[in-house]
Ligand binder design. Sequence first.
Ligand code: SF4
Ligand code: SF4
Length: 404
Amino acid sequence: MNSFNLKKYKSEISKCVKCGTCTSICPVYRETLQESVSARGKMSLIEAFLEGEIGASSILDKRLRQCVQCTKCIEECPNGIPVDIILFSAWRALKEKLPTPLWKNFAFEKALSGAGIPAAAGFLYRNFGGLSAILPVEALKRKVSRRKPLKFKTTKLNSGKKIGFYPGCMIDSMYPEILSYVREIFARLGYEMIIPSRLVCCGLPQMSTGNVELARRNALVNMNAFKDAKVDVIITACATCLSTVRKKYPLLLEDTPALKVYEKFMDLSEFLAGEKGLENFPEAEGKFTYHDPCHLARELKIKEEPREIIKKISAGNFAEADSSELCCGFGGSFNFENYSLSMNICSHLVKALKDTGAETVITSCPACMWQIEDGISRSNSGMNVMHLAEFVLRGALNADTDKR
Ligand code: SF4
Ligand code: SF4
């Protein structure tokens, strides 16, 4: 696939003038102070690899993978170097020369790419304790509670608009209650919501192992499923899935313009911010703050919409955290492979969120939720973490309970 051919990026890589802007803002560099993990260091390593000065090795692979994919370096680089696409291309090039660890092959390539958003992903996410015996993954040793889909009574639909929903692996398998909240929000707003049965993982975990071909296959499956469903708009409640669809699918599907279904994708907040019916949702009680997922705020510039919704439903009881620059530290497989480092990155965010005095942190990404929940429990700060979909319904659900 031409878009992820590392050699194609030689001239882009050579645009790195070693100015160091990226080092000052890289969360991994800030923790490690290792030049080789900054975007500047990574560009130098990849350049040396392309010139044949260094060969493929596990050390090179490790350095290039020490990245939380926050895209801060891309935003700040004065020469606009597409660090993320260059890294995906480098991981792909290294995969041709180095064996993929067994656990990664199983978790990211086999389990997450089965038919339907797979039961195997549920097994993976919900049985971390058991899997930790065979997988070398620190994060998996934590006990993760089994969550259940919720049941609501609202079913009345009165709109001709068909809304497709793409849950993604994290919601489908680890936070199924978010799917229930989204379904209930659309039911209360009068929309029909459709989830095609053939959906698979968005493809980002496969791109992270360097298996771009498998990611493309997943993109094709997902786009064909939504094309056949003939929906008007496709909503996600996962910042990572949305950024993959909007930013990577055009590259993965470069030669299949008929599948531009990805243009119909929207974040839940983008859709709800323009919904008049939201004014009828009762206010939620409490004091709230919001965490910007990197993939949503930085990559897709979706910042105002979630705040608009929160301010509307929280009666203005919203406190902005001094954390717009802070990443949660999850970074897909980064958390699995660099657990302590990942949690150190998260600790700065947790402190900023705690300093707001808010009781509840709202965010728009299940991966951020997972990480912040972990960070908060490690800091004993006692805050709650909530997806925006749950927040939107909180007041309405409390009102329903009061009536009973
Ligand atoms: S900001 Fe861009 S040009 Fe400057 S060192 Fe980093 S990657 Fe190179
Ligand atoms: S994407 Fe983020 S973590 Fe990765 S190199 Fe750039 S600034 Fe560092």
